[in-house]
Design a protein around this ligand. Structure first.
Ligand code: ATP
Ligand code: MG
Length: 577
């Protein structure tokens, strides 16, 4: 490709809403153009990078025997109604009526559609297992589209779905996809980690996220500094906490504690660390047609982790709440509970339908102080081990000062970008959509399913966040828009122009993805574009080139070296291998 013919509208103007360097440089480098909120065009350079990432993903997926297909983007809403997700998915699901007034959705994910295909064609265990994937458009009406391609509304995902006759086979495929993903992200040059994750609205029993560690990430992961343990904060576990010295030993009694509605005030009143105070967090679990009160008890210095709490509620009640909502002081008072003095004693008498969940760190805990469900009153000397059948669940946030649940080692919390997510779905969708096959004994069984997503366009942002400097895009070798740009310093100089063209042809013949900057522009402007666009290498055809001396600049780090005429092709072939 000749730069003089390339449509790459680069600009010095910084886009106003670009908070991240990846967003800024992709717009300034002429890779993408915003059309609306969370909606982007991919211009030739952006399309080219996307194509390289797609091809790499395809190569690896195909090598794992997954088969590529393309599913319809617009899906009849009836299919989503059948699985129950039409109501459940929330506002990210964009639906509309077609001219015949049939409701349709723009697919945010394709479990329903793929299950319908399998239901139609797979009748016997002999046709299993099967893994189908696509690299295609998704639409999610995100509440806060931002950061360019990182959180768009329309984006490209690689989504794969596997179908199995039993859970062992699903387990094997899950591990194979884990290996495939590790290969994909490693080949893309990413510094990534696989972490335990919550399954969210997609459902299923086990899931793992692949994340890139980066300051700008919207997620947080807890990582052990000594072993391989790593988990999204939404599910990160921790070892049982160490009890502070001098626990407040007391006989069980009610105590007058005037004006102590907060943990700070109560802690100061008794001169007791918050560890020994039992905090109550009240929420409303939102069900399809109603809401149910739920109280979570935690140690005073712990915080409720909302995702864990929601999962704990659903596990305990066998219900399917979508979220936990705040409860106002007024609503709490209406239940007959005194804000700031809520405790576990007699709670079920006061509010019969309340669900009560204790954090697992309180299991067997004694020397506790908790509210007495009366204003200005607390109980001291509370011993939870004397109660049978309390519902203990892991509901607290894991903090960096906690210890690793696997090895007791120190933990750290790091910001991360989710680039992939693999799930064991089990038979959630095969059941709701009645998709069955005949097993070896001739019995009808529901398919076991797995699903495996990669944010293909988000990967472009993640790569740039990891590598870019203040001058512009730095891509990994596998993703750079061109491997080499041959910069003719002064194309008016016929000899330089001819030499540049000759080397350009030689590099092309060596299967190097090369751009020839033959534009009649200033050398400085060409170098600025090299830095902004981020080809992996720039080969400078300047005055010394006529004497056989070529300057080679590596985009990552901007290091320079001089190479001789006869080793130009060989050096670049080796550098790019
Ligand atoms: P997030 O928590 O970031 O919203 P998710 O859990 O909803 O992601 P999945 O449903 O697992 O995402 O989708 C698979 C992959 O698609 C994600 O790992 C992510 O890389 C990508 N992805 C999800 N939402 C977006 C988006 N709005 N823009 C770009 N990529 C996205
Ligand atoms: Mg999401």
């Amino acid at each position: 490709m000749r730069f003089s013919q390339l449509f790459a509208p680069t600009t010095k103007e910084v886009p106003k809403d670009a908070l991240l360097k990846s967003h800024r440089f992709m717009v300034q480098g002429g890779f993408i153009q915003q059309m609306g909120s969370g909606l982007y065009h991919f211009l030739p350079l952006g399309h080219k990078v996307l194509g390289k990432i797609r091809a790499l993903i395809k190569e690896v997926m195909d090598s794992y025997n997954a088969q590529e297909c393309t599913l319809g983007f617009v899906v009849p809403a009836s299919l989503w109604q059948e699985s129950g997700r039409f109501e459940q998915y929330g506002k990210e699901l964009l639906s509309f009526l077609d001219r015949k007034e049939n409701p349709c959705v723009l697919s945010p994910t394709h479990e329903e559609a793929i299950t319908q295909i399998i239901k139609t064609h797979i009748k016997s265990y002999k046709q299993l297992p099967l893994n189908l994937y696509q690299i295609h458009t998704k639409f999610r009406d995100e509440i806060r589209p931002r950061f360019g391609l990182m959180r768009a509304r329309e984006f490209v995902m690689k989504d794969a779905y596997s179908f199995h006759a039993n859970t062992e086979c699903l387990d094997t495929e899950f591990m194979r996809m884990h290996a495939a993903y590790s290969q994909i992200f490693a080949r893309l040059g990413l510094n990534f980690r696989a972490v335990e994750a919550d399954s969210g609205a997609i459902g299923g029993s086990k899931s793992q996220e692949f994340v890139v560690l980066a300051e700008c990430g919207e997620d947080s992961v807890i990582v052990c500094q000594e072993c391989a343990y790593a988990a999204n904060v939404e599910i990160a576990k921790r070892a049982k906490r160490q009890e502070p010295e001098n626990p407040p030993k007391a006989h069980f009694a009610k105590f007058h504690t005037p004006n102590t509605p907060t943990i700070e005030k109560l802690s100061a009143f008794f001169k007791v660390p918050p560890y020994f105070l039992m905090k109550a967090v009240l929420k409303k679990a939102r069900l399809s047609t109603s809401a149910r009160p739920v109280v979570f008890f935690l140690r005073g210095d712990d915080q409720l982790e909302e995702t864990k709490a929601l999962n704990a509620f659903n596990r305990s009640t066998q219900q399917n709440a979508l979220e936990l909502e705040e409860m106002s002081a007024h609503e709490i008072a209406k239940l007959g509970l005194p804000v700031g003095y809520i405790g576990a004693y007699g709670l079920k008498h006061l509010v019969p339908d309340i669900e009560v969940i204790f954090d697992v760190d309180l299991q067997e805990a004694d020397c506790l102080i908790c509210g007495a469900n009366e204003v200005d009153q607390h109980f001291v000397g509370v011993d939870l081990s004397s109660f049978a059948h309390l519902n203990y669940q892991d509901i607290a946030q894991t903090r960096p000062q906690d210890r690793c649940p696997e090895c007791q080692g120190p933990l750290s919390e790091q910001r991360s970008i989710e680039v992939g997510h693999i799930f064991k779905l089990g038979n959630k969708y095969s059941k709701s959509l009645e998709a069955r096959f005949l097993d070896q004994e001739g019995r009808l069984q529901y398919f076991e399913m797995g699903c495996y997503g990669i944010g293909v366009t988000r990967l472009m942002s993640a790569i740039l966040e990891q590598y870019s400097d203040e001058k512009g895009c730095v891509w990994s070798k596998a993703s750079a828009p061109f491997e080499v740009v041959v910069v003719v310093a002064n194309p008016k100089d016929r000899a330089l122009e001819a030499l540049g063209t000759q080397i350009y042809e030689e590099l092309k013949a060596a299967k190097i993805d090369v751009l020839l900057d033959d534009r009649p522009d200033r050398f400085g402007a060409k170098m600025a574009d090299f830095e902004l666009i981020g080809c992996s290498y720039a080969l400078i055809i300047g005055k010394q080139a006529l004497e056989g001396q070529f300057e080679l600049i590596t985009r990552q780090g901007l290091g320079k070296r001089v190479i001789a005429r006869e080793s130009v092709v060989q050096t670049l072939v080796e550098a790019l291998a």
